[in-house]
Each structure stands twice: as structure tokens, then as C-alpha cells.
Design a protein around this ligand. Structure first.
Ligand code: AMP
Ligand code: MG
Ligand code: MG
Length: 250
């Protein structure tokens, strides 16, 4: 599992660079998948890069990505990247996962979470999500934010956060949300009456309507909101698998 995670952490960051490159090119190639459900060239390229890179190195894992991609003459081949994050490799795998078989692991990939906001230019809402499940439960996850810059950076450098059950979380600092007010974070683009009624019943002082499951979980982890409230169908396992273990470890 540690070897798998060390590849996924490095691959997520490479995928994030591709997302930034395509964003800078201005050629988003938007495809409409449904109501407020888009796919761009960045979603397609990031998924190809992640799936080829991980499935080539770990061929027995099941891999599920959000996007249905048509075969595009060797496009996957060109995006294969053999990278490893050495800081992850230094970690010791919790004993309950040290001997699990590759074929019992499913990798859930959301190559670009928050596409609606990406298209609208709310770039910091975007995350690349790679989650790992075993026996139907999320056991590890990588959340990469391509459009992140620290206060010292003049341009986006991106950051990668990850967690594993029983091992902890890495790449971020947690903060507790203010005790003087209640802040709820929820969807910006997939709202409905039930969601609004439930949020209203909680009498929040502030509602942060932002894109992406990954980004909303980061908002909770980093103390910008007390809770992520989304009482609705719509989010999928590729949205929840990676953020779930990260927030559980926090
Ligand atoms: P959101 O909070 O609206 O950004 O949604 C979080 C994730 O769930 C995103 O990946 C969305 O694409 C997905 N999602 C949530 N609701 C819907 C919906 N009604 N239709 C399609 N995707 C949705
Ligand atoms: Mg998503
Ligand atoms: Mg997506």
C-alpha cells in the first residue's frame, strides 16, 4: 500500500501540472455531460495520466475513473509517468494493510473535482482525487489542489495532501473553526430545495457555497467551515473515497 500511495501522491501532482497547463492554454474543450455536469480537456488528460501511470505499475488493482474516455491513438501511452514520492515511501504501513493483495484494492479517481467551478474560473475549488478502497471501505486517499499558492508564492504551485487509515495525515495543517459562529459549506452548482431547507434549519451564521467535494472537505479540515452539508444524491465514490480517509485521520 505504501508503494501504491507513494506513486499516487507523485502522480496526482503531475496531473495537477497538466490541469494548470491546460488552463493556461485557454483551450478547455468543454463537453456537456448533463445538467451542470461538464468535462474538459483537463479532466480527460488528468484521468489518462493517472489511470495509465497507476495501472501500468499496479496492474492487478481495479481502477475506476469518473470520465468515460474514447480511445485516442496512444494518448494514454504519452501520458504515462513513472514517479514516486520518497517522503511517502519512508512511512511504515499499518500492519493491517501491509500484506493486502493488489487485486483486493480499488482505486477511485476523480481527475478534476469541481469542473463546474473550473469552467467558471473559481480555480482554487479544483482538486485531483485518488482514493483507495479495500473490502468496500476507504483506507487511503490523496487530495491534490493544483491552484494553490502559499503566501510566499507569486504563482500557483499546487499542494498535495494525503492520509491513510491508522497512519495519519500529511501535507496540511489543521485548524479548528471559530466557536462563535456556525459556518456550513455546501454545493455552489448542484443545489436544490431539500439542501436549502436542511441548511436553513441548522440556522448557520454563514454558508460557503463552493465547488467540489475535495475542496469542501478541505474547508472543514482547515477550519473555514464547521460542516459540509449535502443531503442529496449526486456525489459519487470517486468524490468521497479520497477525502473520507483524509478527514477521518484528521
Ligand atoms: P459540488 O458540491 O456541487 O461541487 O459536487 C461535489 C461533487 O459531486 C462534484 O464532483 C459533482 O460533479 C458531483 N455532484 C454533486 N451533485 C451532482 C449532480 N446533481 N449531478 C452531477 N454531479 C453532481
Ligand atoms: Mg467530483
Ligand atoms: Mg470530476
Amino acid at each position: 500500500m505504501i508503494r501504491l500511495l507513494s506513486s499516487a501522491v507523485a502522480v496526482a501532482s503531475k496531473a495537477g501540472s497538466e490541469v494548470r497547463r491546460i488552463c493556461n492554454s485557454g483551450q478547455l474543450g468543454v463537453v456537456d455531460k448533463g445538467i451542470e455536469d461538464f468535462q474538459t480537456e483537463a479532466d480527460r488528460t488528468a484521468q489518462r495520466l493517472i489511470t495509465t501511470s497507476l495501472s501500468r505499475k499496479f496492474p492487478k488493482c481495479s481502477v475506476v475513473g469518473e470520465e468515460d474516455l474514447v480511445d485516442d491513438e496512444g494518448a494514454d501511452e504519452k501520458l504515462f509517468t513513472d514517479v514516486t514520492d520518497l517522503s511517502v515511501l519512508e512511512q511504515t504501513c499499518p500492519p493491517e494493510y501491509s500484506n493486502i493483495k493488489e487485486e483486493d484494492v480499488t482505486i477511485w479517481i476523480d481527475p478534476l473535482d469541481g469542473t463546474s467551478e473550473f469552467v467558471k474560473g473559481f480555480l482554487e475549488h479544483v482538486t485531483v482525487l485518488i482514493g483507495f478502497s479495500y473490502k468496500g471501505e476507504s483506507i487511503a486517499g490523496v487530495v491534490h489542489q493544483p491552484f494553490y499558492k502559499s503566501s510566499n508564492d507569486s504563482e500557483y504551485t499546487g499542494r498535495t495532501m494525503w492520509g491513510m487509515k491508522g497512519l495519519g495525515y500529511f501535507g496540511l495543517t489543521t485548524l479548528k473553526a471559530s466557536e462563535n459562529k456556525l459556518v456550513i459549506t455546501t454545493t455552489a452548482s448542484h443545489g436544490n430545495k431539500v439542501i436549502n431547507d436542511v441548511i436553513e434549519s441548522l440556522k448557520p451564521d454563514e454558508v460557503l457555497r463552493v465547488g467540489g467535494a475535495g475542496y469542501k472537505v478541505l474547508n472543514v479540515i482547515e477550519g473555514k467551515a464547521h460542516a459540509y452539508v449535502f443531503p442529496s444524491a449526486g456525489s459519487k465514490r470517486w468524490d468521497t473515497c479520497a477525502p473520507k480517509t483524509l478527514i477521518e485521520e484528521v
